[in-house]
Ligand binder design. Structure first.
Ligand code: URA
Length: 239
């Protein structure tokens, strides 16, 4: 691809996100060197300086979950458990609802159409998918992508809580109504809580619209971009 085509492509995906301008305001300059692995400074919070401990703890948790039969979803057509993916020491974590058909087939969260849009959203704040950690509340695909049921949530939610406790992100983005309502124990509509910085176990939690909703309602991409600017500011705002 020529440089010109690469630039055109780059501008197009920002336009798709509803971004039509740029700023040189230094406040928006992300310290990518601080965020990429290997160049991280020891965390004042006492977070492990290398990925080893968190990676090991995530592996242990994954082994503990096994080929899970704790709820009825294993009898309802799911192929495999979709655990989570990304940087075990991420400062930023995304939490979705449950795997869809593509995720169920490949065993990775957010790799279908909604996942591709999530990748663009991550890249829009100058991060790569590998920099962040991505997980769902529910680890197995509900049949026909129906909403997870209370007994399924009760079985699976502790695993998400443990993932969050292991990764210890500084910022969590709850993607869509289901994840936001569950993590914040609220039923206030997502349109009212999105973009508001909440607290969740010592992390800042920002709910935003789910990328699958954005595929149906692209006019809301602008709202997600506004929310992601807040995420970026929180990540830049080191103590
Ligand atoms: N939607 C989700 O909430 N999670 C996925 O992994 C894919 C789609």
């Amino acid at each position: 691809m020529s440089d010109r085509d690469a630039i055109r492509e780059h501008l197009k995906y920002y336009r798709d996100l509803g971004v039509f301008g740029a700023t040189t305001d230094p406040v928006w300059r992300v310290r990518t060197a601080d965020l990429s692995e290997g160049s991280r400074q020891p965390e004042p919070t006492g977070k492990a300086p290398s990925g080893e401990d968190a990676a090991g703890d995530l592996s242990t948790l994954r082994v503990h979950i096994g080929d899970c039969t704790r709820c009825k979803l294993h009898t309802l057509g799911r192929t495999q458990v979709v655990f989570g993916s990304g940087n075990p020491n991420a400062d930023l974590m995304f939490v979705g609802e449950a795997p869809g058909a593509d995720e169920d087939e490949q065993g990775m969260p957010f790799i279908g159409r909604a996942g591709q849009l999530l990748t663009k959203i991550i890249e829009a704040i100058d991060l790569r998918r590998e920099d962040v950690y991505i997980a769902n509340v529910i680890k197995c695909r509900p049949p026909g992508n129906r909403n997870p049921e209370p007994d399924e949530v009760a079985s699976c939610e502790p695993f998400l809580a443990q993932q969050i406790a292991i990764v210890r992100p500084r910022v969590i983005v709850a993607l869509g109504t289901f994840a936001a309502h569950l993590l914040l124990r609220t039923d206030v509509p997502i349109s009212r809580i999105r973009g508001v910085v909440h607290e969740y176990q010592g992390a800042s939690l920002i709910p935003t619209f789910h990328p699958a909703y954005l595929l149906r309602s692209p006019d809301r991409k602008r709202d997600v971009w506004d929310d992601m600017k807040k995420v970026r500011a929180l990540l830049n705002d080191r103590p």
